[in-house]
Design a protein around this ligand. Structure first.
Ligand code: SAH
Length: 465
């Protein structure tokens, strides 16, 4: 380690930046986050710097720096992007015993500025001693994604709460309380109730932890999206990261389950142990049992949990059992399917409304408002519609739909093995035969022409090869 990371106290200290161009602006963006007094020496400062000066955020001196200007400064940045000029400034600094950084000159600098993840008062500094700036940026991006944007707020409020938390026995119980606060109950309370509600949420949480023999469980009902793991929300990823137990349904893609915490118990509620499909009451019982044992449960549902997901039944069961829950929305199959064929669900002048329909319900093939669906320009996304294709066709035709109405079937939307079948109402039953993955039937939509042409071109090339 050639450079030793420390956190320097700069509150009310003087930091001097020499230079008024891009390099100076980049450093100033970071320095302005501190409580230091910033002095900039630049004869022709960038507009941004002048703006900060006008706003009173720094002191701007439109002249060359002199020896006396650096005396007593905490840090000095030579940022004129000119080797000779910077070397002179660095010399002034060294003579005055000030720590000097020459921007983009590691060897002649007494210190370097790390990449920073700022969740003040929590700050992560990343340095590679100049070896791999790309790596530093990648690590920073990764942490930015993983750490709640509210972490700083949580830490500030948590700090004041430390004396009270000492009522919990030191060790595991206290650690669990803080982990619950920082990664679970805290971010949730901040998001749902706002900053002011945090102290009260902390008190409640402490009371819960003091009362409970074990930690308190919780259930996140998470939308897994249509299958492509990149279509998961960040919230869904975080929930999977934290899960003790994941209860998923039949359509959950293996790549998505891979993202669950390594130690998590993964339960397939689509089939395992319960025959072809797990009865809803058993799923409810599973969630409740694990949450009562203190687990953080993720109930992972295909697409969006609020679309044909039997969400309400699960929420009612959890509420009745007194277990806290949260819904994390996901991308529903219809959205993924239209994206894939280059269309939109609604379009000015064509359809000002779109329907999400189910092909069958508890009673069998589902009845719908066929008369309005049969109208020209109508768009609907039909879920679970494969087996009812003939029924759908019959009902729509009976109500006067044009047999040439465009229909697109998207099987396994967003997945590598996806298939798109462009057809018409009259050919639907024949064309959907043989589709065995999950599929959405898009009534009233054909793949966008250019897209179709491009696909045909690819296909003809493949045939030619
Ligand atoms: N909550 C889910 C829907 C669950 S119902 C959502 O929002 O997408 C199950 C039906 O969803 C399937 O029968 C199929 O019609 C549709 N579906 C789910 N995933 C799909 C996918 N990747 N491609 C096409 N259809 C899908």
């Amino acid at each position: 380690m050639k450079h030793f990371p420390i956190f320097l106290s700069v509150s009310d200290k003087r930091i001097v930046v020499v230079g008024g161009g891009d390099a100076a602006v980049a450093k100033l963006r970071l320095l302005l986050k501190t409580e230091a007094r910033i002095f900039v020496y630049a004869e022709t400062p960038a507009a941004e710097i002048a703006g900060w000066a006008d706003a009173g955020r720094l002191t701007l001196l439109r002249r060359e720096i002199a020896a006396g200007d650096v005396v007593g400064a905490a840090l000095l940045y030579a940022a004129q992007e000119d080797a000779l000029l910077d070397a002179h400034v660095a010399w002034l600094g060294r003579e005055a015993g000030v720590l000097v950084n020459i921007v983009d000159n590691l060897d002649d600098s007494a210190f370097i500025t790390p990449a920073i993840v700022d969740r003040d008062p929590v700050t992560v500094a990343i340095g590679t001693e100049g070896a791999a700036p790309v790596l530093a940026r990648a690590i920073k991006a990764d942490l930015e994604e993983r750490l709640s944007p509210r972490l700083g707020l949580l830490a500030r409020i948590g700090k004041g709460f430390r004396p009270l938390a000492e009522r919990l026995p030191a060790g595991r119980k206290r650690r669990e309380f803080w982990a619950d606060y920082y990664f679970n109950a805290g971010p949730r309370a901040a998001e749902e109730l706002g900053e002011e509600a945090l102290p009260e949420a902390l008190s409640d949480l402490l009371a819960k932890h003091r009362a409970a023999g074990q930690g308190v469980g919780h259930v996140d009902l998470v939308g897994a999206g249509p299958g492509d793991p990149e279509l998961l929300t960040l919230k869904a990823r975080k929930a999977l990261d934290r899960a003790d137990v994941v209860i998923h349904d039949r359509l959950a893609a293996p790549e998505i389950l891979e993202l669950a915490r390594r130690e998590a118990l993964i339960i397939d509620a689509g089939k395992t142990g319960f025959g072809p499909s797990t009865p809803q009451e058993d799923i409810n019982a599973l969630m409740i049992e694990h949450a009562r044992n203190g687990a953080h449960v993720v109930r992972l549902k295909a697409g969006d949990p609020g679309v044909f997901g039997r969400l309400d039944e699960e929420l009612d069961a959890l509420t009745e059992a007194g277990i806290s829950w949260r819904i994390v929305p996901g991308i529903t199959a219809a959205s993924a399917a239209v994206a894939q064929i280059g269309q939109s669900l609604t379009k000015r002048g064509r359809n000002g409304a779109v329907r999400l329909l189910t092909g069958h319900d508890i009673k069998g093939f589902a009845e719908q408002d066929w008369r309005s669906l049969a109208r020209e320009g109508e768009v609907a996304a039909i879920y679970m519609g494969k087996r009812s294709a003939r029924f759908l066709q019959g009902r729509l035709m009976m109500h006067g739909a044009d047999p040439l109405t465009q229909i697109t079937v998207v099987e396994n939307a967003s997945r590598a093995d996806s298939r798109v079948i462009a057809t018409t109402l009259s050919d639907l039953p024949a064309d959907i035969d043989g589709v065995d993955g999950p599929a959405v039937i898009l009534l009233g939509l054909a793949p966008r022409a250019a897209l179709q042409a491009a696909n045909e071109l690819v296909q003809s090339r493949e045939l030619a090869l």
